[in-house]
Design a protein around this ligand. Structure first.
Ligand SMILES: Cc1ncc(COP(=O)(O)O)c(C=O)c1O
Length: 400
C-alpha cells in the first residue's frame, strides 16, 4: 500500500543503485567529449572525415562472402556449434599457423575459436587472474586489456612503451614491475604501429618464464605489415608454449570486423581455462561464419595490404609536408603522430573537429603515455585521407 502512495521521485530515491560497483572500477570514457563534439558538428551539417575509428571501409573479399552464402543454407549450421570451434576450422588454423609461423599446434588442445579477438582478450583475465593479482598492460595500449582486468578484480600495472625504444617495452622497467600473473603484449601495435622481431619475443618469453608470468600477445594485426616485413609469432620463441598464448583476428586481415571471428592459440592450460569461461557464457561462432573464415585462411590477402600501404604513403607524405613528427608504422592501419606544442591530445582532437571537421583519436585515450600523440586511422578511402590531412595542414599548427 505504502508503495502505491509514493511519488515518482520517492520511488526513484528508494531504489537500489542499478549499476554494479564493479563498473566503477573502469576509468572514465575519454572519448565522450569527442563523441559529443562530433555529434554537434554533424548536426551543424559539417561533412566530417573520420580518421579516428579503426574499422576498415573496404568490403570483405567476394570469395569469403560467396562461401558464407553457400554455408548459411547448411542446416548443420542452424544448430549450436561446438564450444571450442569446429574441428575442421581448428585444423585449418593449425595448418595455417604451421605454414605462416613454422609453429606446430595440436588442433584439439592448442586452438580455441573466439567471437572476435576482443572477446578472448576480454575474458582472459577472468580465466587466469585471482582477485588482487597483478596484470601488466602496455601504456599506451588497447583499453580492453586494462578495463577487463579491472572488471575481473585484478590490480593493473601499466608499463610504458616509448618512442625512444621504438615503442617496445623497456625490459628494465618490466624487470622492476614486481610480481604479476599475466602480461598483455600487442605486436603489431595499436596505437603506435610498432612491430617487433623474433629476437624480442625470445627475450620476452625468457623474462616471462623466469618470473612465472603468463603472456598474451594480441596479434590482431599480424598480417598487416609493410615493406616486406613479416610479423613473427610469440609462439615461435623457445619455451613459449609453456607460458604464452597468442590471439588472432580475421577482422583486420580480411576486412571482417562485422563477422566476429578470431582465435587463440598456444599454452593448452591457459586455453582450457579460457574455454571454461566461454562454455558458461557463449556458444561459439555461427558455424557458417567458421566455414567462411576457414576458406579465408587459404586465400592471399595482398590486395588489402596494398591498399593500406598506399594509404600509409599518402598519410606520411602529408604529415611530413605539414612538419608534423610521426612514428613510421611497420604494421597496422594506424599512424601515431605528435600533437603540436602547447596543446593536449584531446584539445587537438576537439579543435580539428570543430575547425575543419576531421576526427582523430587523442593519444590520452590509450593511456597516460599516449598524451602528446594522436592516432590517424587509414580506414577511409585514399581521397578522404588526403582531404582530411589537407584540411589539417591548412591550419598550419606545426609550422608556427
Ligand atoms: C589491438 C587490437 N586488438 C584486438 C582488437 C579487436 O578486434 P576483433 O575483436 O574485431 O578481432 C582490436 C580492434 O580494434 C585492436 O585494435
Amino acid at each position: 500500500m505504502r508503495l502505491i502512495c509514493m511519488s515518482h521521485d520517492e520511488q526513484k530515491t528508494s531504489r537500489r543503485p542499478v549499476k554494479a560497483a564493479r563498473l566503477d572500477r573502469l576509468p572514465p570514457y575519454l572519448f565522450d567529449e569527442l563523441d559529443k563534439a562530433k555529434k554537434r558538428a554533424v548536426e551543424k551539417g559539417a561533412r566530417v572525415i573520420d580518421l579516428a575509428v579503426g574499422d576498415p571501409d573496404l568490403p570483405t573479399p567476394a570469395r569469403i562472402v560467396e562461401k558464407m552464402k553457400e554455408a548459411v543454407g547448411n542446416p548443420t549450421h542452424h544448430r549450436y556449434p561446438g564450444y571450442v570451434g569446429s574441428p575442421s576450422f581448428r585444423r585449418a588454423i593449425a595448418s595455417w599457423f604451421k605454414v605462416r609461423f613454422g609453429v606446430t599446434l595440436d588442433a584439439d588442445h592448442e586452438v580455441l575459436v573466439l567471437i572476435g579477438s576482443k572477446e578472448g582478450l576480454g575474458h582472459l583475465p577472468m580465466a587466469v587472474v585471482n582477485d588482487g593479482e597483478t596484470v601488466l598492460v602496455p601504456d599506451p595500449g588497447y583499453p580492453v586489456y586494462e578495463n577487463m582486468s579491472l572488471m575481473a578484480g585484478a590490480e593493473v600495472r601499466r608499463f610504458g612503451i616509448y618512442e625512444r625504444t621504438s615503442f617496445l617495452p623497456d625490459m628494465a622497467e618490466l624487470e622492476a614491475a614486481g610480481d604479476a600473473k599475466l602480461m598483455f603484449m600487442n605486436y603489431p601495435n595499436n596505437p603506435t604501429g610498432a612491430v617487433v622481431s623474433a629476437a624480442f619475443f625470445e627475450s620476452l618469453v625468457g623474462f616471462a618464464r623466469r618470473r612465472g608470468v603468463f603472456v598474451c600477445n594480441d596479434a590482431a594485426y599480424s598480417e598487416l605489415t609493410f615493406d616486406g616485413f613479416r610479423s613473427p609469432s610469440i609462439l615461435a620463441a623457445e619455451g613459449a608454449m609453456d607460458c604464452a598464448i597468442e590471439v588472432h583476428s580475421f577482422s583486420k586481415t580480411f576486412n571482417m570486423t562485422g563477422w566476429r571471428v578470431g582465435f587463440a592459440v598456444g599454452n593448452r592450460e591457459i586455453l582450457k581455462a579460457l574455454a571454461q569461461v566461454k562454455v558458461n557464457l557463449d556458444s561459439s561462432v555461427f558455424g557458417a561464419v567458421q566455414e567462411a573464415a576457414e576458406a579465408a585462411l587459404g586465400m592471399r590477402y595482398d590486395d588489402n595490404l596494398r591498399a593500406f600501404d598506399r594509404r600509409r604513403s599518402i598519410a606520411l607524405a602529408k604529415l611530413r609536408e605539414m612538419g608534423c613528427h610521426f612514428f613510421t608504422p611497420g604494421g597496422t592501419f594506424f599512424v601515431w603522430a605528435r600533437v603540436p606544442e602547447g596543446m593536449t591530445s584531446m584539445e587537438l582532437a576537439v579543435f580539428l573537429l570543430e575547425r575543419v571537421g576531421v576526427t582523430v583519436a587523442p593519444g590520452s585515450g590509450f593511456g597516460r603515455n599516449g598524451e602528446g600523440w594522436f592516432r590517424v586511422a587509414l580506414t577511409r578511402p585514399d581521397t578522404e585521407i588526403a582531404e582530411g590531412l589537407e584540411r589539417i595542414a591548412g591550419l598550419r599548427l606545426w609550422t608556427s
